[in-house]
Design a protein around this ligand. Structure first.
Ligand SMILES: [Zn+2]
Length: 444
């Protein structure tokens, strides 16, 4: 059976990749309608209740619910997004939308983010429904549009407006089950929390004048350069919680370095000693970060500019809201804080789910079945996922999945939004088995 379901996952994954639901952030992109129709066709005829939602033209999401036998039992939602990020085709060895099977790997955009999970969830869901087997709780399959641009045309609006259809205690989505190797052995990271997003647009004002006489002028671009420099040099104090302690343990470092990573005073020096491929993630998991990423301003080569805007990608830690972000910006800019107008582009605080519940117990036991000697580690992702909308409604949501030993953490992150994205069939098989094991044991 597992071979048949794995083969079906391969075929569905190939079809989803070939649908090219590329989300460039504009409302006209994505066209997830194609994949929503494909998935509806896959599930139709099984007798399950299927609904599609199109909050924005072409941006269709699908919800299917397989009712349980006990209305008081917790329900489980398997959520996969159908959109993918754009590609730079020149960097690819094979066609990014070919969905080709080459040496045991399926190639294409979305192969690890997250059409691998979306397809395996659909295949397992169809298998459960088709078998006629009923579980105590409802099982919901949610194929959602627009994850890659923040969920405006997908999870954000559907969780808000269609909660009757989505209502669930437990959610599994991207991403987790990624092997991480250290001298102490193998760990598998499972996402239980994500950083907050708090983007800001800073407008720096100056006084216009003739570019031929710069002496003593109030040039907004020169001031903006200093604002950017200060933001980039800003070093907020670290915040070290139990997720950080679990991450440090998983790194399996020598005692002295591990101790420093747990000491707020020594942490920044210790991060500098980590290999570059994990230092950036370690820094982001322990600090609020500020990345000035867009600048705009100036009108003409010979005109001193009077206005420059800077967009800053701020990512917050648990417990930080608007006031805390403002305090950071104030501390970073110092005396320039009052020279800058600050506008909020987007603000979603960090979210997390506890691990003292049946879903965590079942999920970690199911992962341990595949990798008995590995440590299953709750972890925070630095980017945003649709899990946050469910956590804000009170659901417990984890990022899961299971990868083979061919894909370690470094390789996973190289492929994630990168060139030559691909997934091996063994990883698909492990993931299919994981979903089967979770539903088998969740209500035991
Ligand atoms: Zn994703």
């Amino acid at each position: 059976m597992i071979d048949r379901l794995t083969n079906e996952t391969v075929e569905l994954l190939q079809a989803l990749i070939r649908n090219q639901c590329v989300n460039d952030g504009t409302p006209e992109s994505g066209n997830e309608d194609r994949s929503a129709r494909l998935l509806r066709d896959e599930l139709e005829g099984t007798g399950v209740d299927l609904q599609t939602y199109e909050p924005t033209p072409g941006r269709t999401s699908l919800i299917a619910r397989w009712p349980g036998t006990d209305p008081t039992a917790p329900s489980l939602c398997l959520m996969g997004h159908t959109d993918v990020v754009p590609v730079s085709p020149d960097g690819w060895t094979n066609d990014p939308f070919g969905g080709e099977l080459i040496d045991g790997e399926i190639w294409g955009r979305g192969a690890v983010d997250m059409l691998n999970l979306t397809s395996s969830m659909a295949v397992v869901f169809r298998h459960l429904v088709a078998s006629g087997r009923r579980f105590p709780g409802d099982i919901v399959y949610f194929a959602v549009a627009d994850e890659e641009a923040g969920g405006t045309h997908g999870a954000e609006v559907l969780v808000r407006d269609e909660w009757d259809a989505l209502d669930c205690e437990f959610v599994l989505t991207e991403f987790g089950g990624i092997p991480f190797y250290s001298p102490a052995g193998m760990s598998l990271l499972v996402t239980t929390a994500e950083k907050g997003i708090s983007w800001r647009r800073l407008t720096v004002k100056g006084t216009p004048g003739h570019g031929s006489m710069p002496y003593g002028t109030d040039n907004a671009l020169v001031k903006a350069a200093e604002v950017v420099r200060r933001l980039s040099a800003y070093r907020p104090s670290p915040q070290l919680d139990e997720l950080w302690a679990a991450r440090v343990k998983a790194m399996g470092l020598d005692d002295s370095l591990a101790r420093k990573l747990l000491d707020p005073g020594a942490l920044d020096d210790a991060i500098a000693q980590l290999p570059p491929e994990i230092a950036g993630n370690a820094h982001a998991c322990s600090h609020t970060t500020f990345s000035p990423n867009v600048i705009g301003g100036g009108v003409k080569t010979n005109v001193i500019p009077d206005s420059v805007t800077i967009e800053v990608d701020v990512r917050t830690l648990p417990g930080e809201d608007l006031d805390e972000v403002d305090a950071h910006v104030r501390a970073a800019l110092g005396d320039l804080y009052h020279a800058v107008e600050t506008e909020i582009i987007k603000h979603d605080p960090s979210t997390s789910s506890p691990t003292d519940n049946k879903l965590w117990e079942t999920l970690s036991a199911s992962i341990a079945k595949a990798y008995p000697d590995a440590l299953v580690v709750p972890s925070m992702v630095t980017g945003g996922t649709d899990a946050r909308f469910f956590r804000n409604r009170g659901s417990i949501a984890y990022g899961a999945g299971l990868l083979s030993k061919r894909v370690d953490t470094g390789e996973f992150f190289r492929r994630f939004h990168g060139h030559d994205e691909r997934i091996d069939i063994e990883s698909l098989r492990l993931t299919v088995q994981l979903w089967l094991d979770v539903v088998d044991n969740l209500w035991e």
